[in-house]
Every structure is written in structure tokens, then in C-alpha cells.
Design a protein around this ligand. Structure first.
Ligand SMILES: Cc1ncc(COP(=O)(O)O)c(C=O)c1O
Length: 406
């Protein structure tokens, strides 16, 4: 008789954002008059930039003519896109990454979930705590994380690296040696970053102990400070220890369009085996490529017009981030993030748990945020607000929070 993958049965509760969504719907049904503002899920709200729309229209027209029609995309992605990524995201910034080390995909969520497949189940992962939930859940589904303890909300076979106010929300090298290290900077959910020297320490450490870093740079476009690295390949030695994940979701508003890429340098080896070959094999077998139309839209992100328009879009969200950060500070909250990332991370007032504050905020300000505890145990007593709303909604939400008694 057929059996299920019982690793799935070990997964705790429902996915964080499903719970947030359900609670919002329940509140709205009970209070139909309330104008609830969502500063919760990290989804963008600004429309696609004109340069991207033009590229999409043009590519759609090409698909309608036999001479320019395209079917399956090449395994790694179209060269026109991989070349422009290699040139602008890497070579122009002094990083030694070539086009054939770039794997185009439908986004960083699937890549961050799938990348663990090329590693043995015997590997032990280390994650920041709090963390983007996909890293741990995908390893749990594969059977790499041991058993789940409901009380501590942790897995027995995961190394958690607490990110707290004491370490400025940047993980420290753990006592136990991990095999796979997930790092995400700028960070979701805390909005924290590390400087180049700090990231170099991780690269040196990984090379020393023979670990691989999965570096999620989905929010790279939001970096505003000069000493914050945009890519892990800015660090010396990263080619032999790091895989980098990138997304077009947050820099170009592609959350619904879907495009991303993963960089696997050819020098990166485990047990003498090049990981590039393994990921290429996986990609070729299990994935048929991002659509031609979307890859052309991705190319437009790098055009002079696209770059200019998207710079403004990022600035729009970061203006929201500043409004939230300043407003909450003024209202007496302890806040961080929001400078190199579209996330503001705040301490819940009066010792409320993250979910208590979620309910309080929904009821008293009709604002939805995301409970920090949903991202890991060290996120308890914290709360995440996103800058991805419209300016008008952001202002109204912050003004309501400021007026709310705490
Ligand atoms: C850290 C991080 N990585 C990856 C993703 C997913 O990106 P994509 O839309 O490219 O799948 C997100 C989305 O919120 C994220 O926060």
C-alpha cells in the first residue's frame, strides 16, 4: 500500500502566512466596516515599471510569429539574461562570476527550498533564528532536521543561531560545526545586514570547516549603506564555499511574474564533486525553465531605463520604511531594520508575545503585521512590518499605531 512521506507529518501547524491571513479574514468578517491595512506579507504593491511592460509586450508579440516563436528555454536560462546578470550584478562589482555559473529560475523561494536536494541527508544545517521559514521547512520535508519539539518550537537536528538585539540581529559562528549554513542578508524578517568584514569571517569559517553557505540575497537592491556587501562573492574565497540566491521579486516587482537565479561557482566542491554539475543535473531533470517572455522582462531590469525606473520603485518603498521606522520610534517602540531592507523589526511593548501584539494591533489599529515568533523562537516578543504597502496606507497605518495606547 502506498505510504506518505512522513517527514511532512512532522511539520508544525500551518504556514505562518496562512495563519496571518486566516486571522485577518476572521477579523474582517466580524468587523466588515473596518479598513484593515496589511503591512504583513512581503509582497510588493507598485505596478510593473514601463521598461518591463514594454519588454513583456514585445516578447508576447514575438511568441505570436513562427519566425520568433520560442519553445522550451535552455536549461540554465537564456544567454541574453545570464550575460547581463554576470556583467552587471557581478563583474561590474568586482565579483568573479561568469554567465555559465548562473541558473535562471522562477524565483528564490523554490531555489532556496530545492537546493538542499544536492546535499546528503547526513548534513547538519545551521540557520539564523528568526529565519525565512522555507530553509528549515524544506530540510524538514527532506528528513534532515530530526524531530520537532512543540514546546521549544525547534528541530532536534538543526543548529539555531540566535539573532537578537545583543548581536545586532546578526548570527554568530555556532559552537557546533554545521555542514550547510543558511545566511540571508539583508535579512527577512529582521531587516539586519552585516558588513563586508563580518561576511568575510563567515566565508573564512566555511572554507576552514568545509561547510557550504547558502546565501540568500533576495533583498540586495535595498542596501543603502556603502560597507554592506551586495553579493557574497565580494568576499575573498567565496567561490569555494558559497551558493548565492537572487530574486527579481523585490527589486523589480516580479512577485507575480516569477523570476530568480542561483549562482553555483564551478570551484565549489563537496567531497571532490563539483556542486555546479549536481545542480545542473537537478535543474535539467526537474525544471523546464522560466518562460521566454519573463526572461526578456528580466533582461529589461538591467536596461538603462529599467534601472532608472526600478531605482525609483525601491526608493518609494524605502521612503515607506523610513516613515514606519521614524513613526514607531517617535511612539516609543524599540525598532531596527528599515535602512538596508524593506522590513522593520520592532520589540513588542509591555512584554506581549508576538501573537498577542498581532491581535492587539489588528483590534486597536486595524493593522496586520507578522509575529516575529513565526520566524523562530528568538523572534518571540518581536514583530515585523513591511514597507511594501502604498505610501498612503503606510502613513495611515503608522498614524493609527501612533494613536494606539500601549
Ligand atoms: C529571504 C527570502 N528569500 C526568498 C524569497 C522568495 O523570493 P521569490 O519571490 O523570488 O520566490 C523571499 C520572499 O519573501 C524572502 O523573503
Amino acid at each position: 500500500m502506498v505510504k506518505v512521506n512522513d517527514n511532512y507529518l512532522k511539520l508544525p501547524g500551518s504556514y505562518l502566512f496562512s495563519t496571518v491571513g486566516r486571522k485577518q479574514r476572521e477579523y474582517q468578517a466580524a468587523h466588515p466596516e473596518a479598513k484593515v491595512i496589511r503591512l504583513s506579507i512581503g509582497d510588493v504593491t507598485q505596478p510593473l515599471a514601463p521598461a518591463i511592460l514594454d519588454a513583456l509586450h514585445k516578447a508576447v508579440d514575438e511568441m505570436g510569429k513562427a519566425e520568433t516563436f520560442r519553445g522550451y528555454a535552455p536549461d540554465l536560462g537564456y544567454e541574453f539574461l545570464r550575460n547581463v546578470i554576470a556583467d552587471q550584478d557581478y563583474k561590474a562589482k568586482g565579483c568573479d562570476i561568469s554567465a555559465d555559473e548562473i541558473f535562471v529560475s522562477d524565483g528564490a523561494k523554490s531555489d532556496s527550498a530545492n537546493i538542499q536536494e544536492i546535499f546528503s541527508l547526513d548534513n547538519k544545517i545551521a540557520v539564523g533564528d528568526p529565519v525565512y521559514p522555507v530553509y528549515v521547512d524544506s530540510n524538514a520535508m527532506a528528513g534532515r532536521t530530526g524531530s520537532y519539539d512543540k514546546n521549544t518550537e525547534t528541530w532536534s537536528n538543526v543548529i539555531y543561531m540566535p539573532c537578537t538585539a545583543a548581536n545586532h540581529f546578526a548570527p554568530e559562528i555556532p559552537k557546533e560545526t554545521p555542514d550547510l549554513i543558511y545566511l540571508c542578508f539583508p535579512n527577512n524578517p529582521t531587516g539586519a545586514t552585516v558588513n563586508k568584514a563580518q561576511l568575510q569571517e563567515w566565508v573564512d569559517y566555511a572554507n576552514k570547516v568545509g561547510a557550504v553557505i547558502i546565501y540568500d540575497a533576495a533583498y540586495e537592491a535595498y542596501i543603502s549603506e556603502p560597507d554592506v556587501p551586495h553579493s557574497i562573492y565580494e568576499c575573498e574565497g567565496a567561490r569555494t564555499c558559497a551558493i548565492e540566491l537572487r530574486s527579481f521579486s523585490k527589486n523589480a516587482g516580479f512577485t507575480g511574474v516569477r523570476l530568480g537565479f542561483t549562482v553555483v561557482p564551478k570551484d565549489l566542491k563537496a567531497e571532490g564533486v563539483a556542486l555546479h554539475g549536481l545542480w545542473a543535473r537537478r535543474h535539467g531533470t526537474k525544471y523546464n525553465g522560466a518562460p521566454y517572455i519573463i526572461q526578456r522582462a528580466g533582461e529589461a531590469v538591467y536596461s538603462p531605463e529599467g534601472r532608472e525606473q526600478l531605482k525609483k520603485q525601491v526608493a518609494y518603498y524605502m521612503n515607506n520604511a523610513k516613515y514606519i521606522y521614524d513613526g514607531l520610534k517617535e511612539a516609543g517602540y524599540t525598532v531596527s531594520g528599515g535602512v538596508n531592507a524593506p522590513y522593520i523589526w520592532l520589540e513588542t511593548p509591555n512584554g506581549m508575545t508576538s501573537w498577542e501584539f498581532f491581535d492587539y494591533l489588528l483590534e486597536h489599529a486595524n493593522v496586520v503585521g507578522t509575529p516575529g515568533s513565526g520566524f523562530g523562537p528568538s523572534g518571540e516578543h518581536y514583530f515585523r512590518l513591511t514597507a511594501f504597502g502604498s505610501y498612503e496606507n503606510t502613513v495611515e497605518a503608522v498614524d493609527r499605531i501612533k494613536a494606539m495606547k500601549i
